[in-house]
Design a protein around this ligand. Structure first.
Ligand code: PEP
Ligand code: MN
Length: 338
């Protein structure tokens, strides 16, 4: 951080600020301009909120952050893209990952049909919710452990690794027993006790962006996972709240290049939740890849008209296949593999 002194600050003011900075264990570097003096804080000051509090001194004009507040998630700390494997599937390299499946696991027949068709179309992960975060307490809440068992059976049948949501810390162990990757949903991105517990599980994590979290807040949530010793994190842009009502959310594709600049973590795009309408999913899936995403999450349902959650945004298996066939040449143009 740098501390900008007000014009007219005395030597005693500057010394007082420098003394306080040194008291936090940092060195200082003074830069005296014609009008203003800047006290530079030398050392890694991320997380030192007390330095920001110096703004309340009369003689201080502003305290400005220089380093990103997230250390481990930043490109400054880790210039290379993060790459890892989940159940043998490479993530974060040239290979595009496609996580496909129903919003909710509803029955064995439903899941098996969708999983088999998604795999045949080229999906690389099976998604499906067993614990569902629903806005209404009267809506279908998920099959819970029964749903996890069905997901594990579908993995056995198809070979696709399973990604599924965990909503509360005391369910992390049971979800981790069946899943290959734990999803933290938009509504839990700042559930810090869940983030800490999921970090401890050692399972790869899909961290969705909250509908009202800034990119910086989202990366600080990823920082909880990395700081907890879990480096295998994928970020998922799934749309944010804006004034627009024609779509369910506004898919913030700006986030993709911004994340690529700020962080080394892989980032995927979810055009299903991002638009809320199946007709728009293909266009925004193409746009997501063109923006530089490392993959996609797409909801697929064998009978969207009967789905217990998110039917309006779910693709039928044949439409999903058509989309995958369209995305393959696009991936090639982008220098990626699908
Ligand atoms: C989901 O993936 O079905 C889901 C609930 O997503 P989000 O947390 O992005 O709303
Ligand atoms: Mn959903």
């Amino acid at each position: 951080m740098i501390i900008v002194m007000k014009p007219g600050s005395t030597d005693a003011d500057i010394e007082e600020v420098s003394r306080r900075v040194r008291a936090f264990g940092f060195k200082t570097h003074l830069s005296r301009g014609e009008v203003r003096t800047i006290v530079g804080v030398v050392g890694d000051d991320r997380g030192k909120e007390q330095l920001l509090a110096l703004q309340s001194l009369e003689c201080v004009e502003s305290v400005v952050r220089i380093l990103q507040p997230f250390k481990l998630a930043s490109r400054e700390a880790h210039p290379e893209d993060t790459q890892f494997q989940v159940h043998g599937v490479p993530v974060g390299g040239k290979q595009i990952v496609v996580m496909a499946g129903p919003c909710s696991v509803e029955s064995r027949e439903q899941l098996m049909e969708v999983a088999t068709k998604a795999k045949a179309a080229g999906a690389t992960f099976l998604r499906g919710g067993a614990f569902k975060p629903r806005t209404s307490p009267y809506a279908f809440q998920g099959l819970e452990e029964e749903g996890l068992k069905l997901l594990a059976d579908a993995r056995k049948a198809t070979g696709l690794p399973v990604v599924t949501e965990v909503m509360q810390p005391d369910k992390v162990d049971v979800v981790a027993e069946y899943a290959d990757m734990l999803q933290i949903g938009a509504r839990n991105v700042q559930n810090f006790s869940l983030l800490k517990r999921v970090a401890e599980s050692g399972k790869p994590v899909l961290l969705k962006r909250g509908m009202s979290t800034t990119i910086q807040e989202w990366l600080l949530s990823a920082e909880y996972l990395l700081a907890g010793g879990n480096p295998r994190v994928i970020l998922c842009e799934r749309g944010i709240r804006t004034f627009e009502t024609a779509t369910r959310f506004t898919l913030d594709l700006n986030a993709v290049p911004v994340i690529k600049k700020l962080s080394h973590l892989p980032v995927i795009v979810d055009p299903s939740h991002g638009t809320g309408h199946w007709e728009y999913v293909a266009a925004m899936a193409r746009a997501g890849l063109a923006a530089g995403a490392d993959g996609l999450m797409i909801e697929v349902h064998n009978k969207p008209e009967e789905a217990l959650s998110d039917g309006p945004q779910s693709l039928k298996p044949d439409r999903f296949k058509k989309l995958m066939d369209e995305l393959r040449p696009l991936a090639q143009i982008l220098g990626r593999i699908l």
